[in-house]
Design a protein around this ligand. Structure first.
Ligand SMILES: [Zn+2]
Length: 629
């Protein structure tokens, strides 16, 4: 959900555009207390709207089951409304309504596994949740605003069936979750009845109504199904809707094939224009502000919201701490969609953009994906969340990844899940313990900053030993870990590319890789499967015939050079800035192994080019904090 906007010039919108659209960070100030004493089974909501007055009166009949031996109180949520009465089997019940909590005293208490119904009659002027704006009446709930217009249980952990009827003046077009099953004329008003036959989380319960809506019809044919697709917009936006939503049935087919059949196939899918701050994946209805500037290609947001029907609506995050199960997954589905539409390169380009966005916008101090202090933090929850799936895919392999994604959806269909549920599915499908992965990427903050150096020894004409040193130099304050990750290393020779995977897990680690052709280059995670920063730091084979002769370090403004040979040696050191300005030039005498040389000049962190003639020619080095010295 949550998307606000600026313009985009590119085929695939830049991360900045999405950030503007999405960066509606919700500062978490609530505490989540899942009530395990009851289970809501069914909401029967009746709303009577006076559009001119922005007023509603309503009733919610709630069928629920006791999960405890004697349920004495049903704790619901309702905010800024007036409660007229509460009945159980026609008998008034006592209740305590304070702030946003409505406690219904059940008399007599409800026995374990018994179910009953209460009817809450209420009215008022909704302050949020339900909006009257730009000739449209619409709901927008996530995460906690449903209670501002409906008395209900306001956490995503407990889904229920839904019947909803809306009474509204004649002339209003209307759409809600599920299907319209009836309409009854009453004087100058009509009661529209909707049924959502699939369980729904409270924050996805919506309707939208306007006298000006027109429907741009579409359909999704899949197997024996022919499901209607609605696009409800203002008349002047019909061409826009036809254009921007033109690939929706292709997307439905793609996600149905990739995951499970569209979860609400017996109902519908709809785009509904609403003047919200972006787009919102309400069950069977995506509300989207078609007047927001989504860039020239809307597919990223169209795919994002559609994929939420699986990740968010079919399987809902059980607590808001697990919000990445909604948003990280829908963000990842953007990249999957571009792989379907434009090919594998587009997938990688899109993922590179998402990862770079995270790197550029990582909060300081960093915080984890799990239980973020800002619920809809775009960099952490959306972009790093998507990157975690991208990495997990590479760790377990494509076939296991997609099988596990399917199993996750099947296991928790029409229900809700926590991060540990997701991890357990991946562990059981892959047969691997993945705690290490989830711990470092989901439960701990940050990302790795790698530095590496390499050289090789010629063992024989057909055997070369590559020595690879990998350093993790990220600041490990704030619980940022040292990462364990399989890293793809490609060793390039003139004729071949040797592909190896090294399992790096230490602050400093050395690897030996044997290849049969003389190496000319070494690529570190060349396909960018890891969310990271990486820098090649030291000298390589190109400038030393046998081993690394030098290592160059940058520490608190000083450049330090370490020499690794016993033979005395003279070299001319030159340092240039990026504009080619010569900042330093001096002959240095290196005499004994393991000796350190410090230049008598301070440097700011940045990018420099270094010559160490005749051994090193114009090597670009990024100097920043290097702690290994
Ligand atoms: Zn979303």
């Amino acid at each position: 959900m949550k998307i606000l906007f600026i313009f985009c010039f590119f085929q695939i919108p830049t991360e900045e555009i999405k950030a503007k659209l999405l960066e509606k960070e919700f500062k978490k100030t609530y505490s989540e207390r899942i009530d395990t004493t009851f289970d809501i089974l069914h909401y029967f909501i009746e709303i009577y709207l006076l559009p001119q007055n922005h007023f509603l009166s309503g009733k919610n009949k709630i069928r629920f089951k006791s999960l405890t031996s004697s349920l004495e109180t049903l704790r619901l949520n309702l905010k800024n409304m007036n409660v007229d009465s509460i009945l159980r089997n026609g008998v008034p019940q006592n209740y305590i309504y304070t702030d946003s909590t409505l406690r219904i005293i059940l008399s007599p208490p409800l026995n374990l596994n018994d179910s009953t119904e209460v009817e809450v009659f209420y009215k008022g002027f909704p302050n949020g949740g339900l909006y009257f704006k730009d000739s449209i009446i619409y709901a927008d709930n996530e995460p906690f605003r449903a209670k501002r217009w409906i008395p209900l249980y306001d956490l995503p952990s407990d889904k229920a069936l839904l019947d909803m009827s809306i009474k509204i003046p004649i002339g209003y077009k209307i759409i809600a979750n599920g299907l319209k099953i009836d309409s009854i004329l009453q004087g100058n008003e009509i009661i529209y009845k909707f049924k959502e036959k699939y369980p729904i989380a409270n924050y996805l319960i919506v309707f939208a109504s306007s006298p000006y809506f027109v429907n741009v019809k579409d359909s999704f044919v899949y197997g024996n199904y022919n499901m209607p697709i609605y696009n409800l917009v203002f008349p002047q936006d019909t061409n826009l809707a036809k254009d921007k939503f033109q690939r929706i049935s292709w997307m439905l087919e793609y996600f149905s094939n990739t995951f499970l059949i569209y979860p609400f196939i017996e109902e519908k899918y709809a785009h509904v224009h609403a003047p919200i701050g972006g787009a919102m994946e309400n069950q069977t209805n995506t509300f989207i502000n078609v007047h927001a500037n989504w860039g020239p290609d809307w597919d990223w947001v169209v795919a994002h919201e559609l994929s939420h029907q699986w990740f968010g609506d079919l399987v809902t995050c059980k607590t808001w701490k697990d919000i990445w199960l909604n948003e990280g997954f829908a963000s990842y589905c953007e990249a999957l969609w571009f792989s379907e539409r434009d090919g594998e390169n587009a997938y990688h380009n899109y993922m590179n953009g998402m990862m770079q966005y995270y790197i550029n916008n990582e909060p300081y101090p960093p915080f984890p994906i799990y239980d973020p202090p800002y619920l809809f933090h775009f960099a952490v929850v959306y972009r790093k969340g998507a990157s975690v799936l991208h990495m997990l895919r590479h760790v377990v392999g494509d076939s296991i990844f997609f099988e596990a994604m399917k199993t996750y959806l099947q296991t928790f269909s029409y229900s809700s899940a926590i991060t540990e549920d997701f991890r357990e599915v991946f562990e059981s499908v892959s047969g691997q313990n993945l705690w290490w992965f989830f711990n470092e990427w989901v439960y701990l903050p940050g990302h790795p900053k790698y530095e590496f150096s390499w050289n090789y020894d010629s063992i024989s004409q057909n055997l070369f030993k590559v020595n690879l040193n990998i350093y993790q130099v990220q600041d490990t304050q704030y619980n940022v870990p040292i990462y364990k990750m399989p890293i793809d290393i490609w060793i390039i020779s003139e004729q071949d590319t040797f592909k190896e995977v090294v399992w790096d897990s230490l602050k400093q680690q050395n690897f030996e890789i044997y290849v049969s052709k003389k190496p000319i280059d070494l690529l570190f995670d060349p396909e960018n499967w890891i969310l990271k920063e990486v820098q090649e730091i030291a000298l390589n084979e190109k400038i030393s015939f046998h081993k690394n002769l030098f290592k160059i370090y940058f520490f608190k403004g000083d450049i330090l050079i370490e020499y690794f040979d016993d033979k005395p040696l003279v070299a001319k050191m030159e340092i240039f800035d990026v504009s080619g300005r010569n900042l330093f030039s001096k002959f240095l005498n290196f005499s004994s192994s393991k000796s350190h040389y410090k230049l008598n000049k301070k440097f700011n962190p940045g990018i420099y080019f270094i010559n160490l003639k005749p051994f090193l020619k114009k090597k670009m080095i990024l100097f920043y904090k290097f702690q290994n010295f």
